[in-house]
Design a protein around this ligand. Structure first.
Ligand code: HEC
Length: 102
């Protein structure tokens, strides 16, 4: 079972489903995000989420779900505009950047 899982993950990664993120590029793209999520990835307001140190794959999934507006509830609508113009590469870079912060 473990081998099957590893093969499935490897297959996913090799088909480019998960673009490799570049933290430096992500940092350069994060200026608008910092207004709410903080320059260090720690939110400015207690009702906003911290992103620093979060799993990159999770951040990527969250941003894609906002972009398609599949993620709803609470303050999700706030993120629709923020994610609307992000490419898959932007999302991967931003995810890699926030995951790299402590
Ligand atoms: C106007 C304030 C604001 C800005 C600017 C903003 N965000 Fe957000 N972000 C939020 C709020 C509020 C939430 C929580 C939304 C919810 O309830 O689902 C959130 C959620 C997220 C999440 C999901 C976190 C989790 O734990 O599930 C990610 C990832 C994210 N933002 C990334 C970004 C990125 C990357 C940018 C810049 C392109 C950005 N945000 C810009 C306010 C903002």
């Amino acid at each position: 079972m473990k081998i099957v899982m590893a093969a499935a993950v490897a297959a996913l990664m090799s088909t480019g489903v998960m673009a490799a993120g570049d933290p430096a590029a992500g940092k350069a793209k994060s200026a608008t995000c910092a207004g709410c999520h903080g320059v260090d990835g720690k939110a400015m307001v207690p009702t906003y989420p911290n992103l620093a140190g979060q799993n990159a794959a999770y951040l990527e999934g969250a941003l894609k779900a906002y972009k398609t507006q599949e993620r709803k509830g609470y303050q999700a609508a706030l993120m629709y505009g923020m994610s609307a113009n992000l490419s898959d590469q932007d999302i991967a870079d931003l995810a890699a950047y926030y995951a790299s912060l402590k």
